[in-house]
Design a protein around this ligand. Structure first.
Ligand SMILES: Cc1cc2nc3c(=O)[nH]c(=O)nc-3n(C[C@H](O)[C@H](O)[C@H](O)COP(=O)(O)OP(=O)(O)OC[C@H]3O[C@@H](n4cnc5c(N)ncnc54)[C@H](O)[C@@H]3O)c2cc1C
Length: 395
């Protein structure tokens, strides 16, 4: 039996994982990416057990272990006073409970590991520097057209087109969704700094989370512990363009003027910061005809639950398992894919929005939040996420 021909649009974390998993199922994958190379854009990325389990199953565990760190816990503090609010258990507790680690990695490290695996997979043809412009479904095949940097246009036919082209997806339109993602009123700033440049009390093997009504800050060690990734979220009415709009330290420090001294010292470290705006879009159809969507293209999610990459990885594994090695019934597999994924991705989108409100609460709501965290304790806080981290893609 021969596999399907599948065109995957977008070689982000979702597209790379899907290409690898689908090729391993015996399908012939053409992976199309508009960028001409993979430069180091983006910074830290959290891989909770629902995602790390899948990557380990794809044989990437050893490579990831070399670059990942496994924080022991999340320490939650108040931005202004610096007072501890609570903790969330990670490390060994979480690894044993979910039989997979909670890793934090540099986005570029994960991308490189996935790309190396894809490049050594004979079932994947990687086409770089081509931007997919149009996607059309049809009864016998689906077709897309891509344009190279020089303007040359080519068409390509496949049994299935899988959109993995991120939040500003073109493929999503082929399923009838032309509405743009919605800006959610926050811009995130990111920077990395050498671990020895971080205030000593914040340089441990843990994730720091600082909460306040005007924003929040997250930091954790990445790159095997050599660097610390810092993300500071600011409430602001105007979005910025792209993933890497430059931002200056003084503007960020102005926003966090009344933060505790240790947090201000951390934010004072990097001079230059990169910013991106937080968008989401309600998950609609995930598949229809010969088109399917995954990751941010299907259901962009706010980063307040750190699940953007994890959901894309879950989607990829689920779809590949439904498109088994025997030539599968495509219509049935895609219907199952949508049925299995939709409720879950909607729940994650909802919970991420809710987490944003909880993180940025003030007054009585913040008081109640802090009481709950103290009462639950570190392990109780982790257990609340059994539904999230316990996910297992079908084999
Ligand atoms: C450059 C970049 C930097 C990022 N930085 C961060 C960060 O710092 N923090 C964070 O939380 N998240 C970041 N993200 C988002 C994060 O990677 C995703 O939320 C998550 O990994 C889900 O990924 P995805 O594969 O669904 O989509 P994405 O990671 O967005 O990947 C989509 C891919 O599709 C390609 N593409 C888009 N349109 C076309 C087209 N028409 N034709 C061909 N290819 C196309 C893009 O170039 C990209 O490689 C970043 C994404 C990108 C693309």
């Amino acid at each position: 039996m021969t596999g399907l021909s599948i065109a995957v649009v977008g070689a982000g974390i979702g597209g790379l994982t899907a290409s690898l998993a689908l090729a391993r199922q015996g399908h012939a994958v053409t992976l199309i990416e508009r960028r001409t190379g993979f430069s180091e854009v983006g910074a830290g990325l959290q891989l909770s057990p629902n995602a790390s389990r899948i990557l380990i199953r794809l044989g990437l565990g050893a490579a990831l272990r070399r670059v990942a760190t496994e924080p022991r816990r999340v320490v939650v503090r108040a931005i202004r006073s610096g007072e501890p609010i609570g903790q969330v258990a990670l490390g060994a507790f979480l690894r044993e409970r979910f039989e997979a680690p909670y890793w934090v990695v540099h986005r570029a490290d994960l991308q490189t590991i996935l790309l190396d695996a894809v490049r050594s997979e004979p079932g994947v043809r990687l086409v770089m520097g081509r931007s997919v412009e149009t996607v059309e479904d049809g009864p016998g095949e689906a077709r897309l057209a891509w344009v190279s940097a020089g303007g040359a246009r080519e068409t390509h036919a496949a049994d299935l087109i899988l959109g993995a082209d991120g939040v500003w997806s073109k493929v999503r339109r082929a399923l009838g969704d032309n509405s743009p993602p919605a800006y959610r009123g926050h811009v995130a700033w990111r920077a990395t700094l050498a671990r020895d440049a971080v205030p000593a009390e914040l340089a441990g093997d843990e994730t720091g989370l600082w909460l306040g009504p005007k924003g929040h800050v997250v930091h954790y060690p990445i790159a095997g512990g050599r660097l610390v990734n810092v993300v500071a979220v600011e409430r602001t009415a105007t979005p910025v363009d792209g993933w890497a709009a430059p931002g200056h330290r003084d503007a960020l420090l102005g926003h966090y003027a009344s933060a505790a001294p240790a947090l201000r010292a951390l934010l004072s470290g990097p001079r230059e910061w990169l910013r991106w705006s937080l968008f989401d879009h309600p998950a609609g159809r995930l598949a229809g005809g010969r088109i399917a969507l995954l990751g941010d293209c299907a259901h962009p999610v706010l980063p307040f639950l750190a699940q953007g990459a994890a959901l894309a990885i879950e989607d990829a594994a689920t779809l590949a398992s439904l498109l088994g090695p025997e030539r599968p019934d495509l219509a049935r597999a895609l219907a199952s894919y949508e049925a299995q994924r939709l409720a879950r991705v909607r729940r994650v989108q909802r919970e991420a929005r809710r987490n944003g409100r909880v993180y940025h609460a003030g007054g009585l709501v913040a008081f109640g939040r802090n009481q709950v965290m103290r009462r639950l304790g570190p392990e109780g806080m982790t257990r609340r996420y059994d539904w999230l981290y316990g996910f297992r893609a079908p084999e």
